[in-house]
Design a binder for this molecule. Structure first.
Ligand code: NDP
Length: 793
């Protein structure tokens, strides 16, 4: 045994194992198999059981049931039965339960930490210091929301039964992120843990029994992807919340299209970690440790692309190699280990395949000089140099402890590289110059940005992605809204199928030329444009008389309009005050043509009160002008020495598809909130009454709306909507049309995972400000960016 003097000379770590005796006893008492937790009771483990393996030892530590469709049915039925009473409880009563969960997690902190480590392979240092304390924090925070929900979210109600599917990388933490807000808002839950890591969810269910949570409020169905699909697709599930791979996120999007289920997706990432030449390099090196070697790199927001300014890159990489050499990888229950095992041998082989591909593409793999244990799913940490932006290792989520690196010269180059990914989950920025850091924070497309920090999480800080990293937020006020609804947008009667024909041949019969005859063109990039296909279609008015022609836009016109919209990026950067001025000016110009619009609305033959619709349109311009500089983000106290800003950012280009009713008001009601928040719009006007669009673009032309900010198309609604839904450069889509069309656009949107707001073919009373305008529109027109800043001592 080495003497203290020897130890002081070598400074070698001795073994520091955490005891797992209690957890082993707990596991052994459940060795017959773990079943589901349905309606407050544990089912016995029947049928085919799934082995649960400790990836650090390769020992089977238990077996879990694989939930069948019948199990899912039973769990959903229990959640539905519990919903009425649970949602009717005063917030204060729900708060008491959430508080009890938080307290009991704290009391069992060590037990959960050890169990999580044995189930997942991550180190006890992380489960003990990060995962489990954050779980408790999450339940405390949401005990607060339960208390406040009625005051903080008036007119909102819980969504109903929530199906929640979570991954294996932070098993109990992901459970907390899902369950806590759902319960706080008054929902009930059916949750499926990943089959690789089911244990802490089961222990959590036991804790729920301990605290006396009413039966059926939380149900846990164990199982694999098939079980997950059965939950997501269940007809009595009102909301699906998923965290996992982008591929499965896409499957779920398609699976539940047209069902009206609320959906939040927290998916993959390839997040940039940007080191500017004026960064504190030593601090940034420590940042990398937390960015890519934390949790074995199995982190959706891992800093997996290190972008380093050229002048400091060699020095930075040298420092990184030196730091990497001190990393300790091994028994995750040893308190001195920096890294444990990855989640499974399968995941290890997946990581190795990706690393091999990187080397074959010419990148150099720098690995830490560590001796790995002979047994277990251990992976050597490292980073690539000589990697290029197009290399697979720079693009594909490795989900292991290896980062790609790239260098850049200018800030513009850094931004271009950072955004050169289909994802947009997080970014970590390192600079001692606050101006440069904040400029970068604004320009990087990511839902979470850490300045001189990385991988920081807090229950009050919304977390979630841009682009193919998904949509919806977890945590804070934005996270609560994912579990609440006003329901107004799906309450109307189902619209009759559109009878508006697309007649491209000359109209037969005598046209009603007493009405104003207009040939509507398209409006693209600030110019009136003839339709690419050279076709127009006949527009019918009162008593079915032909009253004019409108351009029949095709896919090429949609692409041209999107291209024009994507060039008009400056709009997102102008001040909210400027945008408000433009909207006021629009109202002014519209008002000058009041008689003409009222006559055109009357000529459609469907607008009962044209004056009223016109007046509402003017008011709507004023309302959004008023909101432009008032729909604000927030500053939240999260962790010590930090402050967290949530900023409402525009998506970019939003596609909007207007219904046939209220042809002026509905179209404006969709365009205005989108441009108020700084988006550009490609709008499809009413198919049946498109002539209003022609008058409207003439007003846009005179209202200081920059070219490309609003583009207007006319033609066959669902043909154009499908092209918009499929277009990768359209960032979000609002669709008003038929039930079939709603399903179609939701399926088609899965490509780039754009958020879709479809009305399921429901009529909306556009004249009523409760439905035709509101904060819901502004929320749908923006995505929350959460920026963490160093603040205070
Ligand atoms: P998955 O996306 O397959 O798993 C996430 C969860 O979804 C698990 O509970 C899984 O069940 C479940 N699931 C799988 N298929 C379906 C389905 N069709 N419908 C509903 N639920 C389903 O991730 P993997 O475990 O396969 O990991 C693959 C890769 O995904 C990783 O290497 C990583 O790149 C990425 N990933 C990203 C995560 C993130 O947080 N963003 C988390 C995990 C993985 P089960 O596991 O039991 O089969």
């Amino acid at each position: 045994m080495p003497s203290i003097k020897d130890i002081m000379q070598t400074m070698e770590y001795g073994p520091a194992p955490e005891s797992n005796a209690e957890v082993k006893a707990w596991l052994s008492a459940r060795s017959a198999g773990i079943g589901h937790f349905i309606d407050g009771r544990f089912t016995s483990a029947a049928g085919d059981l799934i082995d649960v393996v400790n990836p650090a030892t390769e020992d089977v530590i238990g077996r879990v049931a694989k939930g069948t469709a019948d199990d899912v049915d039973a769990a959903v039925a229990a959640a539905r039965a519990a919903f009425h009473e649970w949602s009717a409880l005063p917030g204060h009563e729900r708060a008491k339960y959430l508080y009890a969960i938080a307290r009991h997690i704290q009391k069992r902190e060590r037990f959960f930490s050890v169990l999580e480590t044995m189930d997942n392979g991550k180190t006890i240092r992380e489960t003990r210091d990060i995962d489990i304390p954050l779980v408790a924090r999450h339940f405390y925070h949401h005990a607060g929301w339960a208390e406040l929900v009625a005051d903080a979210f008036p007119q909102h109600r819980p969504v109903g039964v929530c199906g929640q599917i979570i991954p294996w990388n932070f098993p109990l933490l992901m459970l907390a992120w899902k369950v806590a807000p759902a319960l706080a808002a008054g929902n009930t839950v059916v949750l499926k843990p990943a089959d690789l890591t089911p244990m802490t969810a089961h222990a959590f269910a036991e804790l729920l029994v301990e605290i006396g949570l009413p039966a059926g409020v939380v149900n846990i169905v164990q199982g694999d992807g098939e079980t997950g699909a059965a939950i997501a697709g269940h007809s009595d599930v009102d909301k699906v919340a998923f965290t996992g791979s982008t591929d499965v996120g896409r499957l779920i999007r398609r699976q539940i299209a047209g069902s009206g289920k609320k959906l939040s997706l927290e998916l993959g990432g390839k997040s940039p970690f940007i080191v500017l030449e004026d960064a504190d390099l030593d601090a940034a090196v420590e940042g990398v440790v937390d960015a890519i070697w934390f949790n074995q790199g199995e982190v959706c927001c891992a800093g997996s692309r290190l972008l380093v300014q050229e002048g400091v890159a060699p020095r930075f990489f040298d420092k990184l190699k030196a730091r990497m050499a001190t990393l300790r990888v091994g028994d995750p229950l040893d308190k001195t280990m920096d890294m444990g095992a990855v989640v499974s041998m399968k995941q290890l082989s997946r990581i190795k395949t990706l690393l091999k591909a990187g080397e074959e593409e010419g990148a150099t793999l720098n690995l830490a000089p560590v001796a790995l244990p002979e047994k277990g799913a251990f992976c050597t940490p490292g980073f690539f140099t000589d990697s290029h932006p197009a290399n697979s290792v720079s693009q594909v989520e490795i989900f292991g402890p290896v980062a790609a690196t790239l260098t850049f010269r200018t800030l513009d180059e850094a931004v271009a590289l950072a955004n050169d990914t289909r994802y947009g989950l997080a970014a970590s920025l390192w600079s001692e110059n606050v101006n440069r850091a904040i400029e970068l924070a604004a320009r990087v497309k990511a839902g979470v940005v850490w300045i001189n920090a990385t991988n920081m999480f807090d229950a009050a800080a919304p977390f979630g992605g841009y682009r193919e990293s998904g949509y919806g937020r977890e945590g804070g006020r934005a996270g609560m809204l994912e579990y609440l609804t006003t329901g107004w947008d799906k309450q109307g009667k189902v619209r009759a199928a559109s009878a508006a024909p697309i007649d491209v041949a000359p109209a037969t019969g005598k046209a009603d030329r007493t009405a104003i005859d207009v040939t509507a063109k398209l409006y693209i990039g600030g110019k009136q444009a003839r339709p690419d296909g050279g076709q127009s279609y006949t527009v019918y008015g009162k008593a079915g008389a032909a009253i004019g022609e409108a351009g029949l836009a095709n896919r090429k016109d949609v692409r041209n309009a999107v291209e024009a919209a994507n060039k008009a990026t400056a709009w997102g950067g102008v001040t909210a005050h400027n945008r408000a001025q433009v909207l006021y000016f629009l109202a002014e110009n519209l008002d000058q043509r009041r008689d003409e619009f009222v006559a055109a609305l009357a000529a459609t033959g469907t607008v009962a009160k044209p004056e009223e619709e016109f007046e509402a349109a003017i008011r709507r311009c004023f309302w959004y002008a008023a909101q432009a500089d008032k729909f604000d983000g927030a500053v939240t106290a999260t962790k010590s020495q930090h402050v967290t800003m949530t900023v409402n950012e525009p998506f970019g280009t939003i596609g909007v598809v207007a219904p046939d009713e209220a042809p002026l008001l509905a179209l404006l009601s969709l365009i205005l909130p989108a441009i108020t928040m700084g988006n550009r719009v490609v709008a499809v006007a009413s198919q049946a009454h498109p002539l209003i669009a022609a008058r409207l673009y003439q007003v846009f032309e005179t209202s200081d709306i920059p070219a490309g900010v609003v583009n207007l198309l006319t033609g066959e609604r669902d043909v154009l909507a499908k092209t918009l839904a499929e277009h990768d450069d359209v960032a979000a889509l609002w669709y008003c049309g038929s039930e079939d069309g709603s399903r179609m656009v939701e399926v088609a949107s899965a490509g780039n995972l754009k958020p879709v707001w479809s009305d399921l073919g429901r009529l909306r009373d556009w004249l009523d400000p409760r439905f035709g305008q509101g904060q819901e529109y502004l929320r749908r027109a923006s995505q929350v960016k959460t920026i963490w800043l160093p603040y205070g001592e």
